[in-house]
Ligand binder design. Structure first.
Ligand code: PGA
Length: 249
């Protein structure tokens, strides 16, 4: 008889604390570690606190199921006179293993173009970090029917090489409580995968969904065809909520 159960889906669930977090909040990391300790082996769990907490968080998470990431890296890889910048090598030295690049908040507030994002992804990969490259359309672009084309162009322009993780995050879904329908998510993930395959034939890529992922909708979103995990903002700040999302997959 053929097996009747589908194999468990490998997932990557990443939390992005954005500009929140004090050292006292390492207690949330401890609580998260305790809550997700028994998560199935096919689920990778990543938490990206602010730079100020990277080293302490990595020390605290060592040996457990949670890998630490950063929310950005400098586009320039080599050490130098770049006041205020943090290089990917510094992030790796502090214990990070992943780096979010091209988050829409950085694209919007810091004018980061696809070329800048690609340079950051290159710097991250050169330092041994896994880049999580974010893409996603604005509400105006979606209303104009341009979502798929915008995302495809961002994928082509922001991914410098295979070996990255992609995160599809519609700008209008971030922090708003709004989410696309399952069909819309599936459509854009398929489009992003097509654009990636066109640039890097034969290379596999994991594509996360991000934008108002919560304990209440995580199971449904993670089950969508082509969704390989989630990038979680607000709901990653509380261990209880983030653990519920991790365990929903
Ligand atoms: P949100 O943020 O989960 O708070 O909507 C997602 C993100 O910005 O990565």
């Amino acid at each position: 008889m053929p097996p009747t159960t589908t194999p468990p889906k490998p997932l990557l669930i990443a939390g992005n604390w954005k500009m929140y977090g004090r050292m006292a909040d390492l207690a949330e990391l401890d609580a998260l570690a305790a809550a997700v300790g028994g998560v199935r082996a096919e689920v990778d769990v990543v938490l990206c606190p602010p730079f100020t907490m990277t080293a302490a968080a990595a020390g605290r998470a060592k040996g457990g199921r949670i890998a630490i990431g950063v929310q950005d890296v400098a586009a320039i890889g080599a050490d130098g006179a770049h006041t205020g910048d943090v290089s990917a090598a510094m992030a790796a030295d502090a214990g990070a293993r992943f780096a979010i690049v091209g988050h829409s908040e950085r694209r919007a507030a810091h004018g980061e173009t696809d070329a800048v994002v690609a340079a950051k992804a290159t710097a991250a990969a050169a330092a041994g970090l896994v880049p999580i490259v974010c893409v996603g359309e604005t509400l105006e672009q979606r209303k104009a029917g341009e979502a798929a084309a915008v995302v495809a162009a961002q994928v082509a322009g922001s991914c410098p090489a295979a070996g990255v993780v992609l995160a599809y995050e519609p700008v209008w879904a971030i922090g708003t409580g709004l989410t696309p329908t399952a069909a819309e998510i599936a459509e854009i993930h398929a489009e992003a995968r097509r654009a990636f395959a066109a640039k890097f034939p034969g290379a596999a890529v994991r594509i996360l969904y991000g934008g108002s992922v919560k304990p209440g909708n995580a199971a449904e979103i993670l089950a969508i065809d082509g969704v390989d995990g989630a990038l979680v903002g607000g709901a990653s700040l509380k261990a209880k909520d983030f653990a519920a999302i991790v365990l929903a997959g």
